[in-house]
Design a protein around this ligand. Structure first.
Ligand SMILES: Nc1ncnc2c1ncn2[C@@H]1O[C@H](COP(=O)(O)OP(=O)(O)OP(=O)(O)O)[C@@H](O)[C@H]1O
Length: 791
């Protein structure tokens, strides 16, 4: 046994609470400084202090002869602890958690000696500010009925738990001196707490409720009975889920019927704030998170002369239709995704309730509602938390398209868990420790990893970690990984690893034309005036379903068609205004305007009225958006000369554009270094699409074709410098140069601009056309797998 070292002043302990754990700046480790093995103390063995004097050989012999005797304690060197003892457990850094030892056992698989701990929680662990108690004391702990199994090696010393009265008796000033043995180790407990529902028991006297091991069951019962329990909803039968044709968010009196991808949207509330005033509950369930649905009005610039300022125009049927069809608006319902919704919902609800880790891999082609479904599930689960039907959980969304470096995902996750911003490498370290060390943190974390394809790094570490962590004992991490390809885990992590990870997989199929009709119709629900003819919806749905089954595309086409119809209606309206009798003007400045002749075919007053009714929508019988309008919208989108040119590009140029677009989206910066575009091509797995170019290096330098006039001083040299510096092997280098050649051709056509600044070695490239155009042209192009080009 190592002799206890005398403490220096600095080493003496300082205690306060942080992040749920007890902070102990205390190097005077009760367990000593030598790594003695842990040994069991059996029921009928000598008392611990006597056993302490036994030689290790004697102890081992006693253990060996113990047979099936009950383990009542454990010792390590001169330190020992027994069943029912409150102990400190190691947490991050110099922190410690406090728990009562409830059981000892051997983990034969891991070859570790283990104990089961009943956790105390500190005030810091209550995340929800509104449910924090305001009367908490600095060294107060709440006993919880939450347990964890942890190795004995996590034990860090003994803890003393007393009632407030006892604490005051021992420490009338309320202060524990640093020189005291109790410093940093004595805690007050006067309440139990269910940390997941954040409810507390009434106050009790610790010594009345707990005196030792025999009181553990009673203590558990006390906490469970006197706090609000975690509610476990039975899993919904699949058949029932399939039957849910009208998913409706629970009203206040039907909390038990949750699980709905459909919200009752008060359409009028969105359009006219006054209706909300009339019905105070009208907004209550607009979204499960009780937030208002804010349908943002897209930024529009119209010439001053035609700017419509009347409030009624802001809620015109066209405007409403455009808003609701917009892909960025939160849909009121998600028809045709009931089954997927229910699978994800049940899985998540079970994992949150059990406090277990879990990983769901969701794949499907673009626009099949993956993100929308997951978000809706999370919103509904949040609603259940609000309604106190489900335990709290943390939610964080990490989008592969939005992080400049995949490793930033670590920082984002750590920030969600603890609120601290740290560097990716530090975050990784902290996360590893967090997920593999015990903590009474009972709040599970749900992570949506969207656009996972974009998070693939060279050694796949980011993806591997996010798939692996949910399986770690202490993580309580629930990962929802969303990607376009089904086999991403196998392709990037090998079959062996991905099958070990035991991912739950859900595939979202492309929508059929019937489904697209339902989706568009549901988006148009509540829009007055039948401004979109049913035939035109059918036509758009058929056109899209024939190619991709992409709801985003179908919605975009319909929205554009509404825009076309709207501008036609506005033009008609302007004509009608011309026809209207002149408003008498006091100044007489309008004199003579009324003499304008009706344009040819404008018709009489009745017709004018009818046109106005069409525009207002309310009395319109005929759809304004017709099949012809849809055709026009599709044509516009696909047959402009630019679209045709983009679609006819050679493969290498398409690959270059797809990579450039992905890079721009990821960085949020409108230009990229050429070398980075090459890296992006590799990341997207498109390098094999490029033909190697062997003689480019030799010829490019002398070739006039490659200087880009006013936009580039000398594009060729930096291009070669930028690309050849990334040469990994011969074939890659020549492929990269093939990309360089493609870039130059794109620059010649004005599709990209390549620029070098004075003294800079690496060329920079930016799009010379709208990124929407590139997305439209290449979004469904198989040769670039639609990668990185979706809108
Ligand atoms: N069933 C549905 N009902 C209503 N709207 C839907 C439905 N499915 C998809 N949408 C809408 O289509 C658009 C695209 O959906 P979403 O972003 O969820 O697709 P995704 O599968 O995640 O696509 P990507 O892989 O490109 O990210 C969104 O505006 C979404 O609201």
């Amino acid at each position: 046994m190592a002799p206890a070292r005398k403490r220096t002043k600095i080493e003496q302990a300082r205690q306060f609470l942080t992040g749920g754990a007890v902070f102990r700046e205390d190097s005077d480790d009760e367990l000593g400084y030598e790594d003695h093995p842990w040994e069991w103390i059996y029921e009928d063995s000598d008392s611990a202090p006597a056993a302490q004097d036994a030689t290790p050989r004697k102890r081992r012999a006693a253990a060996a002869s113990s047979g099936g005797r009950r383990i009542v304690g454990a010792r390590m060197g001169s330190f020992y602890c027994r069943l029912g003892d409150p102990v400190l457990l190691k947490a991050d850094g110099s922190q410690a958690w406090v728990g009562i030892i409830c059981d000892f056992f051997d983990d034969d698989e891991e070859g570790e000696k283990m104990a089961k701990f009943m956790w105390f929680s500190s005030e810091r662990e209550i995340r929800n500010k509104s449910t924090k108690r305001i009367d908490f004391l600095p060294n107060e702990l709440y006993i919880s009925a939450a347990f964890d199994d942890n190795p004995l090696t996590t034990i860090n010393g003994t803890a003393k738990v007393v009632s407030l009265e006892e604490f005051h008796k021992q420490y009338p000033s309320g202060q524990v001196k640093k020189s005291s043995r109790d410093y940093g180790k004595i805690f007050v407990c006067r309440r139990g707490c269910n940390t997941r529902t954040t409810t507390y028991t009434p106050e009790f006297k610790w010594e009345d409720v707990y005196a030792g091991e025999q009181d553990i069951p009673g203590l558990v019962e006390l906490v469970e009975n006197q706090t609000k329990a975690t509610r476990r909803r039975g899993p919904r039968p699949r058949e029932e889920a399939g039957d849910l044709d009208d998913f409706v968010i629970p009203d206040s009196d039907d909390h038990d019927v949750p699980r709905t991808p459909r919200k009752r949207r008060k359409l009028n509330d969105v359009a006219t704030p006054t209706s909300a005033r009339r019905d105070p509950n009208a907004r209550k369930f607009l979204t499960p998170t009780h937030k208002r649905i804010v349908v943002k009005k897209p930024l529009e610039f119209t010439p001053l002369g035609t700017r419509i300022l009347s409030p009624s125009a802001l809620s015109s049927p066209f405007q409403l239709a455009r808003n609701q069809l917009h892909v960025s608006s939160v849909p009121a319902a998600l028809p045709c995704r009931e089954e997927e919704f229910s699978t994800v919902y049940n899985h998540l609800e079970a994992a949150i309730t059990d406090g277990s880790g879990s990983c769901i891999y969701i794949s499907g082609t673009p626009g099949t509602g993956k993100t929308a479904t997951v978000r809706e599930v999370v919103a509904q689960l949040h609603a259940s938390v609000q309604a106190e039907e489900l335990d709290d959980f943390i939610f964080v969304e990490i989008n592969g398209m939005k992080v400049t470096d995949p490793h930033q995902s670590y920082s984002l996750l750590w920030q969600a868990l603890r609120g601290d911003r740290v560097s990716p490498s530090h975050a990784l370290e902290l996360l590893e420790r967090e997920f593999s060390t015990p903590s009474p943190r009972r709040v599970p974390c749900v992570v949506l990893m969207d656009e996972l394809d974009q998070l693939v790094t060279k050694n796949q570490s980011v993806m591997y970690n996010f798939f692996n962590w949910p399986g770690l004992r202490h993580s309580r991490l629930i990962v929802l990984a969303v990607a376009n390809t089904m086999d991403l885990p196998e392709r990037t992590l090998s079959n062996k690893i991905s099958s070990r990870l035991g991912l739950t997989r859900i595939t979202f199929p492309g929508y059929t034309h019937d489904q697209l009709i339902l989706i568009i119709q549901s988006r148009l629900e509540g829009v007055p005036g039948n401004i979109v003819h049913p035939d035109s919806i059918q036509f758009a749905a058929r056109k899209v379903a024939a190619v991709s089954g992409d709801a985003r595309r179908a919605l975009d086409i319909c929205r554009r068609a509404v825009e076309i119809a709207e501008s036609e209606a506005i033009a008609r309206n302007a004509d009608n205004e011309e026809l209207a009798p002149p408003t008498p003007s006091k100044t007489g400045r309008n004199k003579g305007r009324g003499s304008a002749r009706p344009p040819k075919g404008a018709g009489g007053p009745d017709e004018i009225l009818q046109k106005r009714a069409d525009l207002g929508g309310a009395g319109s019988k005929n759809g304004v958006v017709t099949i012809a309008t849809i055709k026009q919208a599709i044509n516009e989108a696909t047959s402009s000369p630019l679209q045709q040119a983009l679609r006819a590009l050679p493969l290498a140029s398409k690959v270059f554009l797809a990579a450039l677009l992905a890079r721009i989206r990821r960085t949020g910066i409108g230009e990229a270094a050429l070398g980075d575009v090459v890296d992006e091509v590799k990341r997207l797995g498109l390098m094999s699409q490029i033909q190697p170019v062997h003689d480019y290096l030799l010829t490019a330098g002398d070739d006039d074709r490659y200087s880009e006039g006013s936009r580039s001083m000398s594009a060729t040299a930096p291009l070669i410098n930028g690309l050849s510096s990334r040469r990994d092997d011969g074939s890659r280098a020549t492929r990269a140069l093939g990309l360089g050649a493609a870039a130059m051709e794109l620059a010649e056509a004005g599709i990209v601009g390549i620029e070098t600044r004075h003294g800079e070695r690496v060329g920079r490239v930016r799009l010379g056309v709208a990124d929407e155009e590139v997305r439209l042209a290449l979004g469904e192009d198989d040769s670039v797998k639609g990668l990185g080009v979706r809108s």
